[in-house]
Design a protein around this ligand. Structure first.
Ligand SMILES: NC(=O)c1ccc[n+]([C@@H]2O[C@H](COP(=O)([O-])OP(=O)(O)OC[C@H]3O[C@@H](n4cnc5c(N)ncnc54)[C@H](OP(=O)(O)O)[C@@H]3O)[C@@H](O)[C@H]2O)c1
Length: 158
């Protein structure tokens, strides 16, 4: 029952542009689904907005301090990191932190493993980047090549 960060980054640590993913790689979407299916996914309000609908066969936890998000039966809305950590005790699955940058930043002290897909791009005009040194204290354990020249690295606490 680990807390796992999962992210796709470009060559400069960019993850978003204009509130969306700045690329479309079906191999990475498939990989993301395989990794997260039947687990819980924690995301920020902006990432939730970009998804538009809940991730299927996963518990969708949306983090927001405001009450602007419309609730619906298939999502859980929580107000802070501590609420997510409290809920974790009742979960029989892994807790994937799926972004965006604010949420990765908020969970940095709690993430036990990272799964990072490097995309072979440098996105022009990217506006959302991973927190600096997010992999500090982690060691690469395994790598995997996906289609479309994507490279995945699994990191664990050193
Ligand atoms: N490449 C990838 O793997 C990847 C993954 C996910 C997202 N993205 C991209 O990243 C961008 C979005 O990232 P972002 O950093 O702008 O936004 P975000 O982290 O998705 O959402 C930010 C919002 O989440 C809420 N929030 C964040 N931290 C919180 C905390 N500690 N406690 C309570 N609420 C908290 C706040 O919502 P309220 O304002 O409602 O209070 C905040 O405005 C998009 O472009 C998206 O496509 C990329």
């Amino acid at each position: 029952m680990a807390i796992v960060g999962i992210v796709a980054v470009d060559g400069q640590g960019a993850i978003g542009k204009g509130g969306q993913l700045p690329w479309h790689y079906s191999a990475d979407l498939k990989f993301f689904k395989e990794q997260t299916i039947n687990n819980a996914c924690v995301m920020g309000a902006r990432t939730w907005t970009s998804l538009r609908k809940p991730l299927k066969e996963r518990l969708n936890i949306i983090l927001s301090r405001s009450s602007q998000i419309e609730t619906q039966p298939s999502i859980i809305m929580l107000r802070d990191v501590d609420s997510v950590l409290s809920l974790r005790k009742y979960l029989a699955c892994d807790l994937f932190i799926i972004g965006g940058a604010q949420v990765y930043g908020s969970f940095l002290p709690h993430i036990e493993r990272w799964i990072v897909t490097e995309v072979p791009l440098t996105v022009e005009g990217a506006d959302t980047f991973m927190p600096e040194d997010y992999l500090q204290g982690f060691k690469a354990r395994t790598t995997l090549n996906l289609e479309e020249s994507l490279k995945v690295t699994f990191y664990e606490k050193a």
